[in-house]
Design a binder for this molecule. Structure first.
Ligand code: ADP
Ligand code: MG
Length: 460
C-alpha cells in the first residue's frame, strides 16, 4: 500500500482545533444525534445520506458559543481527504483547513488560495462549483469534496443548533442539575442539562403515573378497578393495561400483569416471604392469565379474583412520561434513572452491575436516546432451606424463576425495556429485536450483537 503512504498530513487534530479556539476557552467534543427532521434537511444540502450520529467540537466562553468545528472526511477520487470546518455562532464559515489528503493528486485544493473562497459562506449559499467557488484546475474532484463536506457541516450547525435554541442552551450549561425523589418504592434520579422547573415537571409526571397505578393506595385508578371490577379507565390506567396485554402477546405470556395473586401468595408484596403449598399455588394460578382481562374502548373489566400488578412495568411507564416532559421543556440531554429502568435523552454511559458481586461493575454501556432495564434475581429474593426464591414468577408454573442471575435489555422506550427485561428473565433468553445481556446462574453470559457494540467491559 505504497500509495497510502504518499498521502500528506497538513495539520494534526490539535493544530486544526487551535485554528478556531483560544487558550482558556471551554472546548468540548459533543456527540450529537440528528433528529429525523434535521437529518432530512442536512441530506438535502449534502446531496446524499448522512449518519444521524455526529461529533461537533464546540467552544464556549461564559454564556455564549465562540465557535463550532467539525472534522469531516470526504472521498476525492478514491481515497479520503480529511478537513476541518470552523463555523461562527451565526452559522457562517470561519475557515476551512485540510488536515490530510490521501490522494497524491489534487493536493492544490489544500492551499489557502483555494480554500479562502469558502470563508464567510452561509448555509444559504449552497456552494455550487462555478458560482460559489472556482476549482483548481486538475483538482476538481478534491475541490468538490471540500465544498460537499462544507455544505454538510453548515447544514448540521444550522439545523441541529441554530434552529434549536434548546440545543445551544444545553451546550452552555457546564454542570447538569441532579434531583432525586422517592416514588413507587424506589429512588428516582433525574440528571439534566436544563432548568430545575423542567425537572420538577418530570417528577410530577411520574407522580401522576403512581397516582393512577399504585396498588398501595386506595385512591388510585387501579384500586378503583380492583374494587368495582369494571370501570371507564383514565388514560394512564388504559395505557398500562393495553400496553401490558401487547407485551403478554409478544412474549407468549411470560410477561403477565395478572401475577398479582402469586406475588401476594409468595409474600413479595409485603416482605412476609414463605413457600406456599402446591394446593395454594394451584388456587392462585386459577386467578392468573392475561386473557382474562377485557378491554373495550376505554372500559376495563376484570373477572372476580383477578388482580393486576404493575410492578414489572410501572417504573418504565413513569420513566417514559418523565422523559417526554423533559423533551417538551426543550431539554436535549438528560437521564431519568429509576434504578432498574433508565432512559437516556442524548448520550449517556451507565455501569452494569455484576449480579454475583453487586459492588462490582461488569462494564459500561453507552446509550443514545434509548432505554435500559435490568431484572435481577439479586434485587428482591428470599432464601429458605438453601434455595433462593426470586421475585419474578413464571405465570405458567406459579413459582419463582430459577436459573437467571440477571438480564438487561435495551429498547427505545423504558416501558418496553421494563416489560421485556422481566419477560426475558422468565423466558431465559433475550426476546427478538431487542439488544441485551443475560447472565445465567451457571454458564457463560449471552449477549446480542447490538449489546456488544454498546458495551465496554470493565478490566478485572
Ligand atoms: P424491578 O422491580 O426491579 O423493576 P421487574 O421489572 O423485573 O423488577 O419487576 C418485578 C416485579 O414484577 C415483581 O416484584 C412482581 O411484582 C412483578 N412480576 C413478577 N413476575 C412477573 C411476570 N412474570 N410478569 C409480570 N410481572 C411480574
Ligand atoms: Mg420489568
Amino acid at each position: 500500500m505504497l500509495l497510502l503512504a504518499l498521502g500528506e498530513e497538513y495539520l494534526t487534530k490539535d493544530e486544526a482545533v487551535r485554528l478556531f479556539f483560544k487558550n482558556g476557552e471551554r472546548v468540548v467534543e459533543h456527540a450529537i444525534r440528528l433528529d429525523d427532521a434535521a437529518r432530512r434537511l442536512v441530506e438535502k444540502a449534502y446531496g446524499s445520506s448522512v449518519a444521524p450520529d455526529q461529533t461537533v467540537i464546540v467552544g464556549t466562553k461564559e454564556d455564549r458559543v465562540v465557535a463550532y468545528a467539525m472534522i469531516v472526511s470526504e472521498i476525492t477520487k478514491t481515497l479520503p481527504m480529511t478537513f476541518i470546518v470552523g463555523v461562527d455562532p451565526a452559522g457562517t464559515v470561519i475557515e476551512v483547513a485540510v488536515m490530510r489528503h490521501e490522494e497524491h493528486i489534487g493536493t492544490d485544493c489544500a492551499k489557502r488560495r483555494f480554500l479562502r473562497q469558502f470563508d464567510g459562506k452561509r448555509p444559504t449559499d449552497r456552494l455550487r462549483m462555478g458560482t460559489s467557488y472556482q476549482p483548481v484546475s486538475g483538482a476538481t474532484l478534491s475541490c468538490n469534496a471540500v465544498a460537499r463536506g462544507t455544505r454538510k457541516v453548515l447544514a448540521i450547525i444550522q439545523h441541529h443548533f441554530l434552529d434549536r435554541p434548546d440545543h445551544v442552551k444545553a451546550l452552555l450549561q457546564e454542570e447538569p442539575i441532579r434531583r432525586q425523589r422517592y416514588i413507587m418504592g424506589s429512588i428516582c434520579t433525574i440528571t439534566a442539562y436544563g432548568d430545575r422547573a423542567a425537572v420538577e415537571k418530570a417528577f410530577d409526571a411520574i407522580q401522576s403515573v403512581d397516582a393512577a397505578l399504585s396498588n398501595y393506595r386506595d385512591d388510585s385508578d387501579l384500586a378503583r378497578l380492583h374494587r368495582d371490577r369494571s370501570i371507564q379507565a383514565k388514560p394512564e390506567l388504559l395505557a398500562f393495561v393495553s400496553g401490558s396485554l401487547a407485551f403478554s402477546e409478544r412474549t407468549e405470556g411470560a410477561f403477565d400483569i395478572t401475577t398479582g395473586p402469586l406475588v401476594r401468595l409468595w409474600g413479595f408484596h409485603d416482605g412476609k416471604h414463605r413457600v406456599p403449598s402446591d394446593e395454594e399455588i394451584a388456587a392462585a394460578l386459577a386467578r392468573v392469565g392475561w386473557r382474562k382481562i377485557r378491554v373495550e374502548k376505554d372500559t376495563v373489566t376484570l373477572p372476580e379474583g383477578v388482580e393486576l400488578d404493575p410492578g414489572a412495568i410501572g417504573k418504565g411507564i413513569g420513566v417514559d412520561r418523565a422523559a417526554e416532559a423533559l423533551k417538551n421543556a426543550g431539554i436535549a440531554r438528560a437521564l431519568v434513572d429509576f434504578g432498574s429502568s433508565a432512559r437516556a435523552i442524548g448520550e449517556w454511559t451507565l455501569g452494569i452491575r455484576d449480579p454475583f458481586d453487586t459492588d462490582r461493575i461488569l462494564g459500561h454501556v453507552t446509550l443514545r436516546d434509548e432505554s435500559i432495564s435490568t431484572s435481577g434475581g439479586y434485587e428482591k429474593f428470599f432464601e429458605q432451606d438453601g434455595r433462593r426464591y426470586a421475585h419474578i414468577l413464571n405465570p405458567q408454573t406459579g413459582r419463582p424463576v430459577e436459573g437467571v442471575a440477571s438480564v438487561s435489555v435495551i429498547t427505545p422506550t423504558a416501558t418496553e425495556s421494563d416489560a421485556l427485561s422481566t419477560a426475558a428473565f422468565v423466558l431465559q433468553r433475550i426476546p427478538d429485536k431487542v439488544e441485551g445481556l443475560l447472565v445465567p446462574e451457571k454458564g457463560e453470559p449471552v449477549v446480542t450483537d447490538g449489546w456488544k457494540r454498546r458495551f465496554r467491559e470493565e478490566k478485572k
